[in-house]
Structure formats: C-alpha cells, structure tokens
Write a protein of this length. Structure first.
Length: 243
C-alpha cells in the first residue's frame, strides 16, 4: 500500500480550517498564550519560471498577490524559521492544478512576511528547514529547543496559515524514518498550512518543526528540535565569520 505523506502548504481553495479553542487554564494553555505571538504567516506567491520578460517586469512593480500560505516562527530579531519545502517552489501536481498551473509547469516562489518580501538566508534540505530574513522591528528572544520528548508526552502545535492562530494538541509517538531521513512523529491533527509550525512541550521548549504528515498512520513528522537548534547555531557562526 502506498503511504500518503505530504507537506502542508495551505492552498485556500482546498480546505476551510476551524480553530481549536480551549478554556482550560492548564500548562499547555499557558504555553499557547505565551508563544502565540511568535508564530506568523508565511505568504507565498507561486508563478511560472521563465516567464515573458514583459510579464516579469510588470510583476516586479505590482503588488504582491500571494496564492498560498504556510507557517513560520520568530527565532531572533528579523529572523523567521520555517520548512524548506515551503520556500522551495516545489508543489505536487494536485496543488499546481488548484493554483491554475499545469502539472509539468516549473514554478518559482516569492516569500512574504507582514507584506514585506523575505530573503532566504539559509536552508537545510535534509532537515527540511529554512531561515528567512524579514522586515520586522519586534524584539525576539531565541527559543529553547530540546531533544526528543518521552513517549506519549503531551505537546502543543501553534500554526498560522492566514490571519488566525490555530492550536492543536497531541502526543509524542517516537522517531520516524522517511526518505532516508530521521524525523520525530506526533499523534496530532494536521492540515494544509501547518508546515513550518513550531511544536512545544509543557515548558515552552520547541521539540520540533512540523514538516510532513502521514495520513495512513495519522501522525505528523517533525524536523527534530536538535536539528533546528544546530541549524540556527550554524547560521550564527556564519554571520560572525563574515567580514
């Protein structure tokens, strides 16, 4: 049986999303309130590669017209972390058709955060992570990352594939090998637009970044928090060595 695993970039025509509300003032609710402000929308404008020069010139001076959305989160002043596949320009044939493209069309993508075009400053395709430089003056402390949590430990996902924060709760399932790479798996609801979302434990530490979803097993695949931490440390080191 073919395993259905895919990334979650939100195409508005695909799905209507309902937010999760919890009135219980438990630990995870407090974590959600504390960390919600750091989760943001990553707006995406997909377009065909090698367009007519006139069309390309007109697009360059026009207003952004995002046609898809994903999630990211602030990891420092002017820095946003998200999933690599979100900003790669790669879409499935199904999503290409939804956006009006042909399945064999080669696409490129512009990335916007808060109506300002973001610059991709670092990617790790294997870990499915990307770091964006964005236009923001918000002061942001570096998040704390942790290694794999305990089996069945309760976790919290915060997504924002649009104007509304979406909260999901789940439990840690274990490690997960896919495509030759190592992920963490979490029993949690997943839907389009969740790619790039941070997943927290009850201390507010990030255990992983939402990457893919296995529909057959009903689990989300996370890029491990340890890889995200190393990814950010490598970026810091590269900046410090620049003249």
């Amino acid at each position: 049986m073919t395993r259905k695993v895919r990334g979650f970039v939100f195409i508005p025509a695909l799905l209507s999303i309902l937010a999760f509300n919890s009135s219980a003032e438990d630990t995870l609710s407090r974590v959600a309130k504390q960390h919600e402000p750091y989760t943001i929308t990553v707006n995406l404008e997909f377009m065909k590669k090698n367009r007519n020069p006139v069309v390309r010139a007109l697009a360059a001076v026009g207003s952004p017209e995002p046609n898809a959305h994903a999630t990211g989160f602030l990891v420092g002043d002017g820095l946003v972390m998200t999933s690599y596949h979100v900003v790669s320009g790669n879409l499935s044939a199904r999503k290409k058709r939804v956006l009006g493209f042909k399945p064999d069309d080669e696409l490129e993508v512009k990335v916007y955060v808060s109506n300002c075009q973001a610059r991709i400053v670092k990617v790790d395709q294997e870990a499915d992570l990307a770091l964006l430089k964005v236009c923001t003056v918000r002061q942001t402390q570096r998040p704390i990352f942790r290694t794999a949590p305990a089996k069945d430990e309760q976790l919290l996902l915060i997504a924002q594939p649009g104007g509304q924060k979406l909260i999901r709760r789940g439990s840690f399932n274990g490690s997960y090998a896919f495509g030759g790479y190592q992920f963490l798996s979490v029993k949690i609801d997943g839907q389009d637009g969740f790619s790039g979302s941070p997943v927290y434990d009850d201390k507010g530490e990030i255990v992983g970044v939402f990457s893919l979803y296995d529909w057959n097993r009903g689990v989300a695949l996370l890029s491990p928090g340890s890889k995200a931490q190393q990814f950010l440390a490598d970026y810091d080191a590269s900046v410090q060595t620049q003249p």
